[in-house]
Design a protein around this ligand. Structure first.
Ligand code: SF4
Ligand code: SF4
Length: 113
């Protein structure tokens, strides 16, 4: 599972710098798979991970589920969950992933190229 941020977010920004995958963005900000990862433009397969994507939320911080690994591969516990002062970082039940899959995702994000 990835973590999601609920509407209770007070926009304090404390979680953003804690994420080892740069998966957390301020509301309204564009995001890229390449931010904070080793993913780059892959010309041979016409995949460009540096293309900016539209924000997933406009008014509150959001987590890019494609980049969230629940901190697997870096820490024992999800860092955003620990640091959030209002406990609004919670497991996203719609995004179920095994620990093995999360580790594969971590390796994809950081060791692919
Ligand atoms: Fe980032 Fe970890 Fe929070 Fe996922 S659980 S958003 S990887 S800090
Ligand atoms: Fe929102 Fe919690 Fe992150 Fe602060 S730490 S920006 S309240 S999700």
């Amino acid at each position: 599972m990835s973590i999601k941020i609920t509407e209770e977010c007070i926009n304090c920004g404390a979680c953003e710098s804690e994420c080892p995958n740069h998966a957390i963005y301020e509301g309204g900000k564009k995001w890229r798979m390449s931010d904070g990862t080793s993913l780059k433009k892959k010309k041979s397969e016409k995949i460009d991970f540096t293309i900016p994507q539209n924000p997933k939320k406009k008014d509150i911080y959001f987590i890019v589920s494609e980049k969230c690994t629940e901190c697997v591969g870096f820490y024992e516990e999800p860092q955003c969950v620990i640091i959030c002062p209002v406990s609004c970082c919670v497991l996203d039940e719609k995004s179920l992933e095994s620990k093995e899959d999360l580790l594969k995702k971590k390796n994809f994000l950081h060791d692919s190229f």
